[in-house]
Write a protein that binds this ligand. Structure first.
Ligand SMILES: [Fe+2]
Length: 247
C-alpha cells in the first residue's frame, strides 16, 4: 500500500523496450495470475512501465501444469476480450514457458508447441540439474527452425558455479533471457551475481519480467526507479533484442 502511494506521487520510470517476453499474466492456467482482474492489474502495471506488447508464457510442465494449446488458447481469448472491454492498449501474444521434461518431449514430438513470433521458444531447465541431453535438444530444435531462448539462466544454481557453461550454451545458439527481478536480489545473491556477470560478458539477449503477480510488478517498478538500474540499463540497452521478437 505504501509503495502504491509513493509511486502515485512520482513519475514511473519507463523501461527502454516495449515487449515483455516472459510473463505469467494469463489467468488460471499456472501459479501466476488467478483471475481476469489480477491479469488486468498486472497489464496496467506493464503499461505504466512503458510495455505495449506482452508475450504470455504460462508454465507447461509435467504433472503440475500440463497445459495444452487448447487450455492456453481458451484463457487467452477470455483475457483478450477483457483487455478490449477495458480499453487497454496492449498487444498480447500467446506462447508458453516450456520446462524441458517428459511432458515437453511428448508435446515437441507431436508438434504441439506454441512459439512466440519469429518461432522463438522459451525453454526452462529444472532447478535441480541441467537436462542431460540439452545440447542435442537445442541442436534438434534449431535444425527444425526454432529459435531457442533459455529462461532466466542466472537462476540455475549449477550454472552460477560454472560460468563457462553459459558461454558454451550461448555458442550453441541458445539465447538468454534474464529476469529483471534477479537484479533486485529477489531470487538471492547468487542469481543476482550471475545476472550481473551475464551483463558484463554481454550474454544477455532478452530481459523479462517473469511476473507472476502484482507484487512482482511493484518490485520491478521500484527497482527501475533506482540509480543502479539507470547505470545498468545503459550497459544492457545496446545488446537487448526484446522488440525484435517479430515474425
Ligand atoms: Fe516464468
Amino acid at each position: 500500500m505504501l509503495g502504491k502511494l509513493f509511486r502515485r506521487n512520482k513519475e514511473q520510470v519507463k523501461l527502454f523496450y516495449h515487449t515483455d517476453v516472459h510473463s505469467h499474466i494469463l489467468p488460471g492456467v499456472d501459479h501466476g495470475s488467478q483471475s481476469i482482474e489480477q491479469s488486468l492489474e498486472m497489464l496496467r502495471a506493464e503499461a505504466e512501465m512503458g510495455i505495449s506488447r506482452v508475450i504470455l508464457t504460462s508454465h507447461v510442465t509435467a504433472i503440475t501444469f500440463e497445459n495444452t494449446r487448447e487450455t492456453l488458447t481458451d484463457a487467452f481469448l477470455k483475457l483478450k476480450d477483457a483487455v478490449t472491454d477495458e480499453g487497454l492498449d496492449m498487444e498480447l501474444y500467446l506462447s508458453a514457458e516450456y520446462r524441458m521434461d517428459e511432458y515437453y518431449d511428448k508435446e515437441y514430438a507431436a508438434d504441439h508447441l506454441l512459439p512466440m513470433p519469429g518461432n522463438h521458444v522459451l525453454l526452462e531447465n529444472s532447478f535441480q540439474q541441467e537436462l542431460m541431453n540439452l545440447d542435442e535438444l537445442l541442436f534438434d530444435m534449431q535444425v527444425k527452425g526454432y529459435r531457442t531462448i533459455l529462461a532466466h539462466p542466472e537462476r540455475y544454481p549449477y550454472y552460477s558455479r560454472r560460468h563457462k557453461r553459459y558461454e558454451q550454451l550461448h555458442n550453441a545458439g541458445a539465447r538468454f533471457q534474464v529476469n529483471i527481478l534477479s537484479f533486485t536480489g529477489y531470487f538471492g545473491e547468487e542469481a543476482r551475481e550471475s545476472a550481473l556477470w551475464l551483463v558484463k560478458n554481454h550474454l544477455i539477449d532478452y530481459l523479462g519480467s517473469d511476473m507472476h503477480n502484482v507484487k512482482h510488478a511493484h518490485i520491478i517498478m521500484d527497482y527501475i526507479n533506482s540509480k543502479e538500474w539507470r547505470k545498468l540499463s545503459r550497459e544492457i540497452e545496446p545488446i537487448i533484442k526484446n522488440d525484435y521478437i517479430t515474425d
